[in-house]
Design a protein around this ligand. Structure first.
Ligand code: V3L
Length: 92
């Protein structure tokens, strides 16, 4: 059975945000290609996704680091970590 995985980036306060669907696909494809890092556009800004360190940061502001994580979709419901919403859109 095919497992579905989702990517998350940490919020400044407690919890994680899910990447938007398009970014999630880009991350998942690069992850399967075993890339060390990629650059993607997020709201018009270029972000480095570093799969070795499991972080993201704007390429022009490398100090603005957020952790990222990959998680099986089924396991995101069981309270492993707080999910704040999707790409800045709050849920619940
Ligand atoms: N996808 C969408 N927006 C992002 C992403 C991403 N992967 N990374 C950064 N931003 P920075 P709290 C976040 C947004 O890292 O209170 C959340 O989505 C980022 O949005 O310094 O921290 C919320 O909308 C921020 O607005 O480059 O949990 C918001 O922060 C901006 O890019 C507040 O959430 C600069 O982030």
């Amino acid at each position: 059975k095919n497992k579905v995985f989702k990517w998350f980036y940490e919020g400044k306060t407690s919890g994680y945000w899910a990447f938007d669907e398009r970014s999630n696909l880009e991350l998942e494809n690069a992850f399967h290609d075993k890339k060390d890092k990629i650059v993607i556009s997020i709201a018009g800004f270029s972000y480095c996704i570093d799969f070795v360190r499991l972080i993201q940061y704007p390429i022009n502001h490398p100090e603005r680091v957020r952790k990222i994580k990959r998680c099986e979709e089924l396991n995101t419901e069981n309270g492993d970590f707080k999910i704040k919403g999707i790409a800045g859109l709050r849920v619940s």
